[in-house]
Design a protein around this ligand. Structure first.
Ligand code: ZN
Length: 388
């Protein structure tokens, strides 16, 4: 989704956006002409009418003309009207003629509005139409085609359930190994790598946790088992358990063996992902500190397992980073997306199956016939010899 800005200059704030605003919802419009989003915004800035809006969206891109902390004169409900003073106004382009371009513009608008809702932690009830504020039949073509239909388009982008922590492994131990070696040929692991990867699969399967994704989390936490942070390689701590930002080197949980370290990571994940009891005896020192089942998806771990769990320089809030798919859980899932693409030879392939014997019920009969012919030929040969 391409979002560009062409902002109203401050010299025109008094005409276009005189008031500061704390947005509470979104107001949807149709432009009722066939201009591009870029031209729509340029025209809005150029003229001196008290008519303005925050975004215009066409089939290619989103163009922002006014910052979301300023009001816009979009809703026709007066100087202190809610639509004008609390709404983020979005114009969908190409509504005059409709057709493919409008359909594509509406589609992009639905995507963008869903992104905004997620960013702000709003639900679908925060999507309003111009008509709600002044009675004007706008967004006219969207209304003609069905308002609920448009809301459903937005909702389809909202219902992204994420990836469950609890579940069956999809990747194999051989894939985990190949993935890790592709990133770091000399991982600092206190065990044979084959065994280590197999343990990751078997330990997670015992608790019903996605160990293949948990392994990616370990890759993230340990820098592909290169370490260099608070946790040291001989601590067998693959999830940064007890490694709180600012701790001294080594000031985190330690586990007696790689197997117990893996088990602790899996148990810690299960504490977030499920309310089910553990199968193995508890080895995770922080298991009891988690509200059981509070983060059922890997994408929910940002701000919980890891704090803050997103790049504060890039995003104003965890919700904004989540809307952009760029939090701790998303970092893990990106690694998993790469891992699962790796194709490896099955280390213990089954022997080639023997071809099925071909069933031939006439075999005996045919062989008997051949014998008969042979005998006949012999007789003929004898007769011919006797003639000579
Ligand atoms: Zn309108």
């Amino acid at each position: 989704m391409k979002v560009i800005q062409n902002l109203v200059p401050t010299s025109k704030y008094s005409i276009k956006c005189p008031n500061s605003m704390t947005a509470e919802f979104i107001v949807v419009h149709n432009t009722a002409n066939d201009a591009t989003a870029v031209n729509e915004i340029a025209y809005m800035i150029r003229n001196d009418n008290q008519v303005s809006f925050h975004y215009a969206i066409d089939d290619q891109e989103v163009v922002q003309g006014i910052l979301e902390n300023r009001n816009s004169w979009n809703a026709g409900d007066g100087g202190s009207g809610n639509g004008n003073r609390k709404g983020i106004a979005i114009e969908i382009c190409y509504s005059k003629s409709g057709g493919e371009k409008f359909i594509a513009a509406e589609k992009l608008a639905a995507e963008f509005i869903a992104f905004k809702l997620k960013e702000k932690g709003w639900n679908i009830s925060k999507v309003k139409k111009h008509q709600d504020f002044s009675g004007k039949y706008c967004p006219h073509r969207t209304l003609d085609m069905g308002w609920q239909r448009f809301l459903d388009m937005i909702s389809s982008h909202l219902s992204d359930p994420g990836t469950r922590i609890m579940g069956t492994n999809v990747a194999t131990a051989a894939q985990l190994k190949a993935y890790l070696l592709s990133k770091n040929p000399n991982p600092k692991i206190n065990l044979d790598l084959d065994q280590f990867c197999k343990l990751w699969i078997s330990e997670s399967a015992a608790e019903g946790v996605r160990g293949d994704i948990s392994f990616c989390q370990a890759c993230h936490e340990t820098g592909y088992f290169n370490y260099g942070g608070i946790v040291l390689p001989d601590q067998n701590n693959y999830g940064g358990i007890g490694a709180i930002n600012g701790n001294a080197e080594g000031n985190a949980a330690s586990f007696d063996s790689p197997q117990i370290g893996i088990r602790a990571s899996i148990q810690h994940l299960k504490s977030y992902g499920s309310k089910d009891p553990l199968v193995n005896a508890i080895v995770d020192p922080r298991f009891q500190l988690v509200t059981r089942g509070i983060a059922p998806n890997f994408e929910d771990l940002g701000g919980r397992w890891a704090y803050p769990g997103y790049d504060k320089k890039k995003y104003s809030s965890l919700n904004a980073a989540k809307a952009a798919g760029d939090t701790y859980g998303h970092y893990i899932m990106k690694k998993y997306d790469d891992l699962i693409k790796i194709k490896v030879q099955d280390p213990d392939p089954l022997p080639d199956p023997k071809p099925d014997p071909i069933l031939d019920p006439l075999k005996d009969q045919r062989e008997a016939s051949i014998k008969e012919v042979e005998q006949l030929l012999q007789s003929v040969i004898k007769i011919l010899q006797s003639i000579n």
